[in-house]
Design a protein around this ligand. Structure first.
Ligand code: EPS
Length: 402
């Protein structure tokens, strides 16, 4: 079993990540992890904070000479902004001039978090509910990605729409129709998307979106969008129908929905399934040179809670950022009076970053199921188990029916 935990406040000293249960001898470098941390920081529409931070991990334990030891891996991402917050975030002493936050922002965790944890300062809720925490997830996800790469599994993502601006050519539909070349790798989508300031695949759409973000900034408003993540090279048979919590789709949906501001998750055709006849939805099975495939991939690579061997296709939706420069109505907890919400520094749009976080969580869910299925204390042992299962898989199945 692999697991990870993150700790840290947005304006505290740093974020701590513990990754546990990884097999030994997996090659991982700081550079590989920092690469994805930097990708998470990119994107037009971020606020002032991203100019302050240059995220990178400081490995504390679990790696020796560039390889995992099988021991718990711990690392820290230091917050550069901490030096501006040392007094306000002091672990013991209350500053004399502390200004407590009493006005909750609708759409953020402010009101419920403060009520639930019985705080007298909304700052206590803001700090941990902030999406700063997702930097830790990307670090953990980078380990998962490295593990998956050992088995030829490749993960990528792109932004499908922002503020209702969609591309003219629908890449997600192409993926659902299984209309990509044989050697298509998930990561190729990210390579393409990373060239765009908003991680879309079309230049014209990028320009329209940048214009819309400018409009949002001008009116003190924010935007959300839809993102697609794709994993290729998946062996058939990850996950199980035997028990509800062993279903791969359930785990992926859970992990995607856990990302801050994500309000919708779909696998394959998702909500669209209900608009069609069954004969138009289900992916016909074909056998090509002894290998099973499907004419289409409307199931998004998962049937009966198990991977089919086709790319896994996930789409998620991020709501607009909750911190508004032109605030909306709320209640001041100090007076009980109706007021306008507080303004505070934030992003106007963070959909490109959210897609990178999706990749990390996606890698994590898949790595969990790979370790569950193929086990092993070292990466070499895991590969032996994998090869034993995968070699002649189809022939073995067909042989049983002869
Ligand atoms: C966030 C508010 C902003 C974002 C932050 C998430 O931070 P700040 O309050 O420091 O301006 O920039 O995201 C990050 C710091 C990050 O690393 O992604 C929020 O309220 O959720």
């Amino acid at each position: 079993m692999i697991r990870f935990l993150t700790a840290g406040e947005s304006h505290g000293k740093g974020l701590t990540v513990i990754v546990d249960g990884f097999p030994s001898n997996l090659e991982v470098t700081k550079e590989q992890i920092d690469f994805h941390l930097r990708r998470r920081q990119m994107g037009y529409g971020r606020g002032g904070r991203m100019k302050i931070e240059t995220d990178g991990i400081d490995v504390i334990s679990g790696l020796r000479f560039g390889k995992t030891l099988g021991t718990p891996i711990s690392m820290v991402i230091w917050n550069s902004d901490w030096e501006n917050w040392t007094e306000r975030m002091d672990h013991e002493n209350v500053p004399d001039d502390l200004e407590k936050i009493t006005i909750p922002r609708p759409g953020h965790a402010d009101l419920v978090g403060t009520t639930k944890y019985n705080f007298d300062d909304i700052r206590n809720s803001i700090e941990r509910s902030s999406a700063r925490e997702t930097a830790g997830r990307v670090a953990a996800g980078s380990f998962a990605r490295k593990l998956l790469e050992e088995f030829g599994i490749s993960i990528g993502s792109f932004v499908e729409s922002i503020g209702g601006i969609y591309p003219s050519d629908n890449m997600f539909q192409k993926l659902l129709d299984n209309d990509t070349d044989q050697d298509f790798k998930g990561w190729s989508l990210s390579e393409h998307a990373d060239k765009s300031q908003v991680r879309v695949l079309e230049e014209e759409q990028e320009l329209q979106i940048i214009d819309k973000v400018k409009q949002a900034k001008k009116r003190g408003d924010t935007l959300g969008g839809n993102m697609v993540a794709v994993a290729t090279g998946i062996p058939a048979g990850l996950g199980s129908f035997m028990q509800y919590d062993r279903r791969l789709d359930a785990k992926i949906a859970h992990d995607m929905m856990s990302i801050n501001a994500v309000k919708g998750v779909e696998l394959g055709y998702g909500f669209k399934n209900s608009d069609f006849f069954g004969s138009e939805v289900h992916d016909e099975i074909v056998s090509e040179s002894g290998k099973f495939s499907r004419k289409t991939n409307h199931a998004g690579g998962i049937e009966g809670g198990m991977s089919t061997g086709l790319p896994i296709l996930v789409r998620a939706s991020m709501k607009p950022i909750a911190t508004l420069m032109s605030p909306i109505e709320t209640v001041d907890l100090a007076t009980g009076e109706s007021v306008m919400a507080r303004r505070e520094r934030s992003d106007f749009m963070a959909v490109p970053a959210c897609a990178v976080i999706m990749e990390a969580m996606f890698a994590w869910s898949l790595a969990e199921f790979m370790v569950e299925k193929f086990g092993g204390d070292s990466i070499e042992e895991m590969k032996l188990n994998y090869n034993n299962y995968i070699n002649n898989l189809e022939k073995r199945v067909l042989g049983k029916f002869k």
